[in-house]
Design a protein around this ligand. Structure first.
Ligand SMILES: Nc1nc2c(ncn2[C@@H]2O[C@H](COP(=O)(O)OP(=O)(O)OP(=O)(O)O)[C@@H](O)[C@H]2O)c(=O)[nH]1
Ligand SMILES: [Mg+2]
Length: 394
């Protein structure tokens, strides 16, 4: 005899909170604490919604609705005051329910009802993480389609497909999952470049508001400034950094300036995309050689800013890694459409097929990496079985 209860709605105050109760004695627990309006006892038939009150002995805690989701599964929809939620959870615990997290609860109910394989359960648990609608679609498509369907197909047709074929597909899935990760979780775009090139002006322009201070004085930005914006299917966290001097950190004369530049270099490490802003109206070199070593393996787009002024910068001097350029004037908001298009191209997020198989958890990623290196077909089969039905790990 076991009963589990979990709060399914987010923390904090809301209009309504939902608590789910599941287990073979869930009905008995609900009957003990719930009194339906106008009736002596509750008849909890699957599919029914009942109105009434939750009582702790003679004390009423809240007026609620009870949703009868299944024979052993009920939802208590109470008012969204965290204190009410806490009182109901305490009462459930007193009545013998084990209080668990949302993740544990979903894992238990979905497993018990055999409604999903492990990939499907992981997708259901991950749905809350999506930053954009496109991201939510990618995750939802993995429940019955996507990776769930692909692994089922591999197992069903195992004798007919070669191990090499499966390995190639696993490699492809891992590759497209990088893009899926950006669409689901959002991406960090770091705006970097020499002082006074217009980085903060660009941040403000992309954010649509005056987030960062802009002046004609070099070294205006010290602490990094961030702003969120959505671009097509992807949510971007834009980070404006302090200007990088000719000799990177060693070149900064003052202590604060040096610390600010060190922070800028650190920020580059966490970037999914670097927008390297150059002042196109200046002939100076503007790119520190030391920087190049730090941004290999990174996606970089070079922005030639201040294109409203006569061009003096020689783009032939740009190192290959900074070669892909876009001309804009952040101050006069020209070239921004092309820049946004180019960002989507570089991130490879435009036109992403949300139905394709992708991995959305570390467990799935590790198993696909193992599959890519599988030495025999039997190894491959056990990895795929683990992927589809192994222990949960989000
Ligand atoms: N003409 C012109 N001026 C610009 C443009 N973008 C920025 N500026 C000017 O250039 C100066 C520096 O702009 P910021 O945005 O503060 O430059 P920054 O790269 O953030 O500078 P630091 O924080 O000091 O590294 C300001 O006077 C801006 O008005 C542009 O597209 N055209
Ligand atoms: Mg600035």
């Amino acid at each position: 005899m076991s009963v589990f209860a979990a709060v399914m709605t987010g923390k904090g105050t809301g209009a309504i909170s939902t608590i789910e109760v599941f287990g073979d004695s869930a009905e008995a627990v609900i009957k003990r604490i719930f009194k339906p309006t106008g009736k002596k006892t509750a008849i909890l038939k699957p599919g029914k919604i009942l109105v009434g009150v939750i009582n702790d002995a003679s004390q009423t805690i809240d007026q609620v609705t009870i949703g009868c989701e299944g024979r052993n599964n009920f939802t208590i929809n109470c008012h969204g005051n965290p204190l009410i939620v806490e009182m109901i959870m305490r009462l459930l615990s007193k009545e013998g329910a084990k209080l668990v997290t949302t993740k544990e609860f979903l894992a238990k109910t979905l497993r018990a009802e055999k409604r999903s394989n492990t990939i499907g359960i992981e997708a259901k648990l991950a749905q809350i993480r999506a930053k954009t609608i496109e991201g939510a679609k990618i995750i939802a498509n993995q429940i019955d389609g996507g990776l769930s369907k692909k692994t089922t197909e591999w197992l069903q047709n195992f004798d007919a497909i070669s191990l090499d074929g499966i390995k190639k597909e696993a490699e492809w899935i891992l590759e497209v999952s990088q893009t899926a990760r950006l669409i689901i979780g959002g991406c960090t775009v770091v705006i970097a470049g020499p002082p006074n090139s217009g980085k903060s002006t660009l941040l403000n322009c992309l954010a649509g508001r005056e987030k960062a201070i802009v002046t004609e004085i070099q070294g205006t930005t010290r602490d990094w400034v961030s702003a969120e914006c959505e671009l097509g299917p992807v949510a971007m966290k834009l980070i404006d950094t302090a200007g990088l001097g000719q000799k990177l950190t060693a070149g900064a004369k003052d202590t604060i300036g040096r610390a600010a530049q060190q922070k800028s270099v650190q920020m580059l490490e966490g970037a999914d995309l670097i927008l390297f802003v150059i002042d196109n109206s200046q002939a100076a070199k503007q790119v520190d050689e030391k920087l190049i070593g730090r941004i290999t393996n990174k996606k970089v787009l070079t922005i030639l800013n201040k294109c409203d002024l006569p061009a003096k910068f020689d783009t032939r001097k740009l190192p290959a890694i900074l070669g892909d350029t876009v001309e804009i004037s952040a101050k006069f908001v020209t070239g921004i459409e092309s820049l946004l298009k180019k960002i989507q191209e570089v991130l490879e997020v435009a036109g992403f097929d949300s139905k394709q198989p992708v991995c959305i958890t570390k467990r799935q990623e590790n198993l696909l990496k193992q599959l890519k290196k599988a030495k025999s077909k039997s190894d491959g089969a056990s990895i795929i079985t683990e992927l589809l039905n192994g222990r949960l790990g989000v």
